[in-house]
Design a binder for this molecule. Sequence first.
Ligand code: BES
Ligand code: MN
Ligand code: MN
Length: 461
Amino acid sequence: MTSVPPDLHAWLSDHDDAIRGELFDFLRIPSVSARSEHDADTRRAAEWTADSLRAAGLSATVHATAGHPVVVGEWRGAPAGAPTVLVYGHYDVQPAEPLDLWTSPPFEPTIRDGRVYARGSVDDKGQLFLHIKALEAHLKARGRLPVNVIVLAEGEEEVGSEHLAGFIEAHAGELACDAVVISDSAMFAPGLPSILSSLRGLAYFQIDVQGPAQDLHSGSYGGAVVNPAMALAKILATFHDADGRIAIPGFYDGVAEWPAHVREQMKSLPFDAEHFRAETGSVSLGGEKGYSILEQLWTRPTCEVNGLLSGYTGEGAKTVLPAKAMAKVSCRLVPNQDPAVVESLMKAHVARVAPPGVAVTVTHLHGGRPWRAELTGPLFDAARRALAAAFGREPVITGEGGSIPVVGDFERILGAPVLLVGFGLPGENAHAPDEWLSRENFTTGMRATATLWDELASLSK
Ligand code: BES
Ligand code: MN
Ligand code: MN
């Protein structure tokens, strides 16, 4: 097993306090991409990222887009014939609400029990920042990197990366690279470095049901006027059959069989179903019959209600027949489902099952393609060596139920393989109150990615 190069290890250790201070500054910026009242903060986070890249020794540009800015950092001083590697991450974060459920305020990073608590600590500012510092370790300790590096940081990942594919297409020449490296996911367990082999895709919808022109007295009108909340409930109830399979006609048409060797690999992971259940706080688990939990999470598509809104939800009872009802519904997709096809299937299905007496509209909000990697070749061998060197343990191959929409775009537009190595942990509360990043993973992740640059020098062009 190789080890972390001593000069890089020393530089990172010597600067440990300063690095943490900077991370905390980054985490203090409330760059909530979904909220326009935070647009100035989001812009500030982009500028902060660019400044941090410059301080590390890269050049950096903040590119305006129709949405939030894209930051591009570059260092191109590697010897002739050296490969070019692109690091992607996102500096935007999810909204922090509900605020009263946080133990310490979301934008005041706080250390408790070896964890950094803050919105964006693990998703994804901490993981983006550890890459910047790993690059800086090379440039400060040695004055150079063994590979050319591009850092691409976006501010719209948490709202669907709407403008990123267009940006990559428009800048495909400058962004040309031999590999893409992303840290925006989690390890399977503490101490167990993990390489991701798949991500699910996404198709996200809003369903609006309009009943009467205004709210009505439920005694005077109820029974004769169609209730839009009941109509919406009926529509939602048609999405699954009794076995937990999605009952939207054609939904499974694109679903490819999962390779047997990947399913075997999944079985070898240290997974405890009861621990998983307890962690969620659910009474019992459910889902599609005939699949293990990890298969359900990583290899099977879903159709979920993310939000519901209708009628009176305040204190006590109000007898009212609501005028409208709304649901946010998202489908997680697996290879080779196409979000655009799922959109048309969903719209046709809802139109077919919508009861008479209400007007129903389905709006597609955003989507992203699923992704699966083969994990063979020099990029993945380099990653295995670097992770083993830093964590003292061979990495495992895992899957993921979440989505990173741009991953498929990188492969499609730049033709480069994508390596996903994340340093989060189960239970890290991403998108939820009390999001945290393990301090130890942050430090070891920095050492692993610093080692990765040495390992990637041998990547053939
Ligand atoms: N970092 C996550 C993706 C992820 C989720 C990786 C869970 C590993 C575990 C990313 O920031 C994210 O939240 N993606 C969204 C995509 C959506 C907003 C288009 C997701 O999966 O919901
Ligand atoms: Mn993320
Ligand atoms: Mn996220």
